[in-house]
Design a protein around this ligand. Structure first.
Ligand code: ZN
Length: 151
């Protein structure tokens, strides 16, 4: 990755952490889950509303933690809104592979490009837990709620 691209990605992450999208509590959420990353102290609560058509109609999150954890949550809620559960699962799987530095398959071009912003995290194993917290929490919300913990 060249330096200018790296800088651009850092800008995007900072922007998301300072001005998180979809931040707040969702009234009438159909599913919620809480996530905690004990290594860094990051906390996330995901609220989502499943529509009758099987799509994720709305997503919000609340949380406190480092810039990476909050930016990742913001980015995720932005990307996952309007997707079907199957599409969301593909996205979540792709993201987890990406930040672990593994091969990413099955994502469309747009999603792939957006997720690339977080790819630099794979070089920092401690930060991977921060980046994946929101995604693990989203997964447990989709599976019916409860709590997620990154180990
Ligand atoms: Zn963190």
């Amino acid at each position: 990755m060249d330096d200018s691209l790296r800088e651009l990605y850092q800008e995007v992450i900072l922007d998301h952490s300072r001005h998180p999208r979809h931040f707040g509590k969702l009234e009438h959420a159909t599913n919620t889950a809480q996530g905690y990353n004990p290594l860094c102290g990051d906390r996330i609560t995901i609220y989502l509303m499943l529509g009758e058509n099987g799509r994720i109609a709305d997503v919000k999150f609340e949380g406190k933690g480092c810039a990476i954890s909050q930016a990742s949550a913001s980015l995720m809620t932005d990307m996952i809104t309007g997707k079907t559960i199957t599409e969301a699962e593909i996205l979540m799987g792709g993201f987890l592979n990406l930040v672990k530095g593994e091969k990413v398959e099955g994502l469309n071009e747009d999603d792939r490009e957006t997720l690339n912003v977080m790819a630099g995290v794979s070089a920092f194993p401690m930060r991977v837990k921060c980046a994946t917290l929101a995604w693990h929490t989203m997964k447990s919300a989709l599976e019916g709620g409860g709590s997620a913990k990154t180990e």
